[in-house]
Design a protein around this ligand. Structure first.
Ligand code: ATP
Ligand code: MG
Length: 341
């Protein structure tokens, strides 16, 4: 049985960018492949402090992250659905070390996200920030995962994962690792024509990021719905004066059109047809503000209905499974690198 796998870091409150770009594609796939694939949705909690965080809040944030997966519609009664924390499956960190030693420094240095993030956090550039794509490779390769629903910003890391896996397979002349599908196939598997990228509300040429310090740039999943409406109403647009879907020329309005479509599960063409050629940006903003606010109200009610105990039950089952699969794989890898017989 093939494995579909994804995770959302628990460093900060997730945004609608994470929801629309990572949670929803995964949950749609989990429904579509409920009986023919393993669905691994984990919280990469060890990735959460590659940049500085308040550690006293992390544990609660991780538990909340799992409630979010459940509230988004992941069917935890399905025996093929596995929810776990990275930190509770020690094989992830152990494999990361091994993969480190098969990753040329030059190749890891080309990761654009590291360059961007180290500009943003120039006072705290850790080895962990540099190394995180390799831990991510371990997250994927331990489970022989083929499909990894990701936002557009993560495809370079996926390519790195593929390269490491292919290099090690060649070196050891065995099919040690399943090679995850390349970007084009991943995107097609998600039913898209390219990776999703929800833009910042204040700087629509950039992506919306949960770690951004600018509250107005993002809609967080725990935002007060009325506040979220205001953020949409004051989103940066352009001075073209006519609405067209054009991410190059009009990234602000195009982003709003995209949010409107994705959040209501409507075809983008339908939303474009409704607004194309109109001149009143306010009408578009009002409709999107309403959609986002309705979404937050209903999502937050679902989150509130899930107890910590529900989460613990799900984790107990998920982590037992994950440790079994991951340890078996790690054992094979340890034999290949010569530390086990
Ligand atoms: P951070 O700023 O902490 O890196 P992030 O918002 O980029 O936060 P990640 O935890 O790095 O979130 O990514 C989790 C998942 O969400 C990944 O699959 C990523 O591609 C996806 N994702 C993140 N931001 C967006 C976005 N703006 N649009 C679509 N998908 C996104
Ligand atoms: Mg990110």
């Amino acid at each position: 049985m093939k494995t579909i796998l994804t995770g959302v870091r628990a460093n900060e409150e997730p945004t609608i960018g994470n929801f629309l770009g990572a949670y929803m594609p995964m949950i749609n796939l989990a429904h579509k492949h409920a009986t023919d694939c393993n669905i691994n949705m984990f919280v990469p909690d060890l990735h959460s402090f590659t940049t500085p965080i308040d550690h006293s809040k992390l544990y609660a944030q991780v538990i909340k992250g799992i409630k979010y997966y459940m509230a988004a519609g992941l069917d935890t009664d399905n025996p093929n659905v596995h929810i776990y924390r990275q930190s509770h499956v020690p094989a992830h960190s152990e494999l990361a070390w091994i993969l480190d030693c098969f990753t040329p420094f030059g190749e890891a240095s080309r990761m654009t996200q590291f360059k961007e993030k180290s500009e943003e956090h120039h006072d705290a550039i850790t080895v962990g920030l540099f190394n995180y794509p390799i831990l991510m490779a371990a997250d994927i390769l331990l489970y022989d995962a083929e499909y990894i629903p990701l936002g557009e910003d993560q495809f370079q890391h996926l390519e790195l994962t593929r390269n490491i896996a292919m290099r090690m397979n060649n070196k050891f002349e065995t099919e040690l690792f399943t090679i995850p599908a390349p970007e084009k196939e991943q995107v097609a598997f998600m039913g898209l024509d390219k990776g999703l990228r929800i833009r910042s509300l204040t700087e629509p040429t950039k992506k919306m990021s949960k770690s951004s310090n600018n509250e107005k740039s993002k809609i967080s999943l725990n935002d007060d719905p009325a506040e979220a409406k205001k953020k949409i109403m004051s989103a940066t647009t352009d001075s073209e004066g006519v609405i067209h879907f054009d991410m190059q020329k009009q990234p602000g309005v195009s982003n709003l059109l995209m949010i409107e479509a994705l959040i209501n599960n409507k075809p983008l063409e339908e939303v474009i047809a409704q607004f194309d050629g109109q001149t009143r940006y306010g009408d578009l903003k009002k409709q999107v503000a309403e959609s986002v606010s309705n979404f937050l109200t209903s999502f937050q009610a679902k989150v509130a209905s899930i107890s910590d105990e529900d989460v613990e039950n799900v984790l107990e089952k998920g982590e037992a499974y994950a440790n079994e699969v991951a340890n078996k794989k790690l054992y094979e890898i340890q034999k290949q690198v010569g530390v086990r017989k």
